[in-house]
Design a protein around this ligand. Sequence first.
Ligand code: NAD
Length: 332
Amino acid sequence: NRTRYGFIGLGQMGQHMAKHIYNNLEPTDRLYVYDTNDKAANTFVDSVTSTKADTNHQLKALKLIPEFITDVEPQLDFIITMVPEGKHVKGVISDLVETYKLTNPPRLELGKGITFIDSSTIDIPTSVDVHRYVRSELPHFDFIDAPVSGGTAGARRATLSFMLSRANQEAVSEPLRKLLGYMGKNIFPCGSKHGVGLAAKLSNNYLLAVTNLAVADSFQLANSFGLDLKEYAKLVSVLTGKSWASVDNCPIPGVYPKEMKLPADDNYEGGFVTKLTRKDLVLATECAKANNRFLYLGDIGRHWYDRACDRPQYANRDLGVLYEWLGHLEVD
Ligand code: NAD
């Protein structure tokens, strides 16, 4: 039973996810990887083979997307995409589908198709369009949205949570469960429609973005009254203001033991950066509009995230840095 995996997008998240697949390969399995940035692909290959030598020639970095179809025989079982935006997912998938149609015309309807698993966080209408396109061009292929939560730390530790569309608990196939299990510890089947995985991800990240802003505001309020912020943080952790943003990612340095490695204790380095929080908030508000739903805190939240992201020192650091930013902000 050999399984062939493809992985596209070896950035902050993808490099760790693909590494876990590589480390779990059975001797007959293969992994093919690609990134538009050659350096990312080369660094990936060097780093994973330095800890586990590729004695069975199981890993190959490809130079072009069509090579996932033309270079691999028999064809791949799964291709995971972990790229920035919807336009990248659309481009990659249409390259793969069009190459398959050109190189395999006589057996288009035959055999087992490739399952594309998109773990990028993108807008729902694009994801639904890509799904329809794949199914109409190649009915035996599949495209599912399976976005992740857990950040780069979760990717590194293989503790990601996958939010899976078109799946009920019992409908997740064993090979798919096994593959996602290499990279994560939770699989949440979100329902039978396409796009529901992204709906869960964006609804959650909307909540994260607005609570994070409220936490920054709340700590600045406490500060303005002269409260000891470490004590206030401990208080919040047992009161009704408790949330991931106020406790697990507490923005005040020195509250929790160093071993917890909170970004606030490392000058807000690492973690989930503000500009990605903004990106998900924008996606959530736009997808809400497309769904005739108005997010009451969406536009106001966006206004403040836009302003924070004007400055690279806030845009590129963990979202807890909004606490520091609000402390310096002069409101007009
Ligand atoms: P990243 O920018 O670090 O990595 C993206 C990689 O994709 C880069 O190496 C880039 O060169 C490559 N790429 C871009 N276009 C490509 C294409 N057409 N073909 C092949 N490769 C291409 O981004 P990231 O932080 O790894 O995030 C990837 C996705 O996962 C995004 O949608 C992001 O919102 C989502 N996400 C990120 C986090 C996080 O904490 N970073 C958490 C959950 C979800």
